[in-house]
Design a binder for this molecule. Structure first.
Ligand code: PMT
Length: 390
């Protein structure tokens, strides 16, 4: 992917240096245009070194007949202006082309144009700025809304530069094929915690990474997404439509059962506790004996319940986390829980890590192995599900 980054002179410009570093890690090709004022705040050499790329600042620089603004606008798949100041937004909204960035933007004929407005709250809330942003929207620009919070000038309000991870995800969403358009996807993720007393619980090592990656990829592919998650340390996936935070297997069961009818694809990736303490002590359990016996009872099986009651044209995916006989056990789960697909993995390798190695096991006994980062596996899994549904 070829990305042309336009940088204008907001105080958040220092964060755009890290954005370039993160975009480079994605393997994207980058070229940068800085406005004259932006180049006064951060030397273009910094951007060039971090992005290993060319940085342009001067409209009148001509390289052997290369007309920079038209060539750059043809080269780029996407034009991203971050941070976009009120001044640059005003120019872009009104077709003013008085520097290399605004001239190139005017020559950029594709629909993949993004601004990340970043400025003082009062400048952002000025009706002229809001009108300009709205005008850009109407002319096909994608707008990533600024965040609210503490601003560099000391004010508190809307206008903050969003996290770079969020900008990267916004780019991915805009660039991805909408394979799941008009589909509703529900994903469960993370561990559950089964309370023992007011300070203790039984749980497992699931980090939530696999389920969050699936929810994020489903959003990227255009689905309406609900994530039902147990407690994790992760940031919620960006732009998903609904996140429901639960703790216990019973809470996850109640949430999924209440929502299941509305969803076309249900992906049960959570590591749900199979057993929970039969009694929850009201007080902290005391260390009085050498041994302690805790009676456990089975939790409701979410996958089994939705598999057995699934409606027509509803696709149910289960996971199988095994430590032995991974494939054999997964086939047995597919049959017993009436799933359409089981994703089988080795629990010891999968839990907590950024990568995974899985077998997709289909009803017709077909089997596919996928290896890679959880993000890669999530995307490939959803593509395979789309194929099954087509
Ligand atoms: O979160 P990560 O660190 O990224 O790790 C990912 C993962 C290992 C948790 C994930 O890839 C995975 O394998 N998830 C399923 C874990 C699990 O509980 O597997 P299981 O074989 O015990 O359960 C089989 C299926 O039944 C699962 O879809 C599970 O969600 C479901 N189940 C289990 C018990 C229960 N009471 N209700 C359920 O619905």
């Amino acid at each position: 992917m070829n990305i042309l980054l336009g940088v204008s002179s907001g105080i958040a410009i220092y964060k755009a240096v890290d954005l370039v570093s993160k975009m480079r890690k994605q393997g994207w090709n980058i070229q940068i245009i800085m406005t004259e004022n932006a180049a006064k705040l951060v030397n273009p050499i910094v951007f060039s070194a971090v992005g290993d790329c060319k940085v342009y600042t001067d409209t009148y620089e001509i390289e052997a007949g290369w007309i920079i603004h038209t060539e750059l606008s043809k080269w780029a798949d996407v034009l991203l202006v971050a941070p976009a100041t009120a001044n640059t937004i005003a120019k872009l909204a009104n077709g003013i082309a008085d520097n290399l960035l605004t001239t190139t933007a005017l020559a950029f004929a594709k629909d993949k144009r993004i601004i990340v407005p970043t400025m003082n709250t009062r400048m952002y809330e000025n009706e002229l700025t809001l009108e300009n942003i709205e005008k850009m929207r109407q002319h096909g620009w994608h707008v990533l809304e600024p965040e609210s919070g503490h601003l560099a000038c000391g004010d508190v309000g809307k206008g903050r530069y969003p996290e770079n991870e969020k900008i990267i995800e916004f780019l991915k969403i805009i660039m991805s094929e909408k394979l799941l358009k008009n589909k509703k996807v529900l994903v469960t993720a993370g561990p559950t915690q089964e309370e023992l007393d007011p300070v203790r619980y039984i749980s497992n090592h699931s980090s939530g990474k696999m389920g969050y990656a699936i929810a994020q990829a489903a959003k990227r592919f255009g689905a309406e997404v609900c994530l039902v998650t147990g407690p994790t340390c992760l940031t919620f996936p960006y732009f998903v439509d609904e996140v429901v935070l639960v703790r216990s297997a019973k809470q996850m069961y109640d949430t999924v059962l209440e929502k299941k009818e509305d969803y076309d694809i249900l992906i049960m990736c959570a590591a749900v506790a199979d057993y929970a303490p039969k009694m929850v002590s009201k007080e902290k359990i005391k260390k009085t004996n050498d041994n302690l016996t805790i009676e456990l009872e089975k939790t409701p099986d979410i996958l089994y319940s939705i598999g057995m009651s699934k409606r027509e044209r509803q696709f149910v995916v289960g996971f199988a986390a095994e430590t032995e006989n991974v494939v054999e056990n997964a086939f047995e789960k597919l049959r017993r829980k009436n799933a359409d697909l089981i994703v089988a993995n080795d629990a010891r390798l999968a839990m907590g890590s950024d990568t995974n190695s899985v077998y997709l096991i289909f009803k017709n006994k077909a089997m596919v192995q996928l290896d890679g980062t959880k993000e890669e596996i999530a995307e490939e899994l959803l593509k395979r599900i789309c194929k099954e549904l087509s």
